[in-house]
Design a protein around this ligand. Structure first.
Ligand code: HEM
Length: 183
């Protein structure tokens, strides 16, 4: 059940890949929908984003109980520090992104939910239901800025994380990636 240096638990592997696929998909959808004004994608983005938060919280609880898996080999001090920083940006990003998205969507009056289950209702302008009315302009702006900034930081961390995984696999030829694939 627990992670070991040469093998990771099924729970660690499942949570890693479920969150990774959802987050990469949500980044792509988020970047596309804002630029293409693809309004139909917003509820899908929000619903999956809230579900990622649930999975990310489970993952944090699992990390607290289980600790971080040990490195498969000895690495330079610089590599250890870089890996640690990226790990923390990734784990805090998976929590900060959905929270800031919820703050933005909730406070701006657009509301959000999970595939039809309303969590925060939209607020419409009295007499003009086509327009939304913010619950708080301040928190809507703060949420939007935080969501955008943390999205770009997370995308940078994901790219570095991918580069690290490739380095371990193709240059160091160690078991880091194989361990995460359950091999
Ligand atoms: C891990 C989960 C999430 C990821 C990775 C993610 C990622 C992104 C990205 C990359 C963008 C485009 C940012 C830009 O270029 O302006 C975006 C936009 C947006 N996201 Fe998310 N998001 C997540 C969760 C959520 C949640 C939970 C909500 C709301 C409940 C949400 C609501 C929005 C909205 C409304 C926008 C459009 C912002 C605008 O129009 O300026 N996101 N998201």
């Amino acid at each position: 059940m627990m992670d070991k240096a040469n093998s990771l638990s099924k729970l660690s592997i499942s949570l890693h890949w479920i969150i990774a696929i959802l987050i990469i998909g949500l980044c792509a959808v988020g970047l596309y929908m804002t630029r293409a004004e693809a309004w139909a994608l917003y509820p899908v983005h929000k619903s999956l984003g809230v579900l990622v938060l649930v999975a990310a919280i489970l993952r944090v609880i699992w990390r607290i109980k289980n600790g971080w898996p040990a490195a498969v080999a000895e690495y330079s001090r610089l590599e250890q520090i870089t890996a640690k920083i990226i790990k923390w940006v990734l784990i805090t990003g998976t929590i900060a992104l959905p929270l800031s998205g919820m703050l933005f969507s909730g406070a701006s009056g657009h509301g959000f939910g999970i595939f039809g289950l309303v969590l925060v209702p939209a607020q419409h302008m009295p007499g003009n239901p086509a327009e939304v009315l913010a619950y708080s302009e301040f928190w809507a702006k703060a949420g939007a800025s935080l969501h955008q900034a943390s999205a770009y930081l997370l995308i940078a961390a994901i790219l570095l994380h991918l580069a690290g995984a490739c380095k371990h696999h193709f240059i160091d030829r160690d078991a880091t990636l194989r361990r995460m694939l359950g091999k």
